[in-house]
Design a protein around this ligand. Sequence first.
Ligand SMILES: *[C@@H]1O[C@H](CO)[C@@H](O)[C@H](O)[C@H]1NC(C)=O
Ligand SMILES: *[C@@H]1O[C@H](CO)[C@@H](O)[C@H](O)[C@H]1NC(C)=O
Length: 289
Amino acid sequence: MKYSYLVSLICIVTFFPLSSARFEDQFQPSWALDHILQEGDTVKLKLDSSSGAGIASKSKYLYGKTTAEMKLVPGDSAGTVTAFYMSSDGEAHNEFDFEFLGNTSGEPYLVQTNVYVNGVGNREQRMDLWYDPTLDFHNYSILWNPKQVMFLVDDTPIRVYENREEEGLVFPKSQPMGIYSSIWNADDWATQGGRVKTDWSHQPFVTEFREVKMEGCEVVEGKEVEEEVKRCGESWEGKEGRYWWKEKEMEELSVHQSHQLVWVRAKHLIYDYCFDSGRFPASPPECKR
Ligand SMILES: *[C@@H]1O[C@H](CO)[C@@H](O)[C@H](O)[C@H]1NC(C)=O
Ligand SMILES: *[C@@H]1O[C@H](CO)[C@@H](O)[C@H](O)[C@H]1NC(C)=O
């Protein structure tokens, strides 16, 4: 226990030196340390036939906004999945996912998003993007406050999961969440429904991160979760400063953002579980307008 703590501490120091201060302050390698590389201000997660890799936030949060600047696996990325997500612990956990599904060279990456509430997921949406995400860095963000969960790509909302407690639906409000990213082999399902397998002659598959950050209400370890739920959920200020992610204008889409979301869905939506009557003969309650 002590030893592995020491090892990871040393690794954090060597992998994430001063150049990306915010990253090393908030994140650490969580598995396959030898598949996590630091080059200048870039952190690389590497997948090869021996392993993928993952990073995790050191703290847990109740509400906030996390953003990663990512450049996805170039060339042949078929079979690989890179994920960037927030998750709580335990069986009835909550989770907000970005999953980037690789493809053969020249074919489009897909962005799958999913929302788990109390351990239940099955809320997939899939989109392609309006740019090639392997050529350059782009911002991917998850905003979480008591009114909504919003997924954004370069500040454009691509999905919103609203709080509809008034209609009797459960909304994630009481479980602190960590922030995670990982890359792994998912060639049993990821690319063209699993028909295209990972071509290991093209390994290693590398996703690059230039910034991963979280601005949110950090949960104090050892404190009663209920107290923290109250502190982070009810107050507008804390030692971190103003809880801007909870302010009025963050509670719903602006008019401009609504237009952006309509545009994205019209042009780029490929799959939405809400319209999959094969899987869900009765439309899931949160899908009803
Ligand atoms: C990501 O967002 C930040 C803050 O708005 C901005 O400064 C940065 O240039 C963006 N990065 C990319 C790759 O667009
Ligand atoms: C991969 O490319 C094919 C062909 O263009 C496309 O149908 C598919 O949606 C793309 N993405 C994935 C993840 O399969």
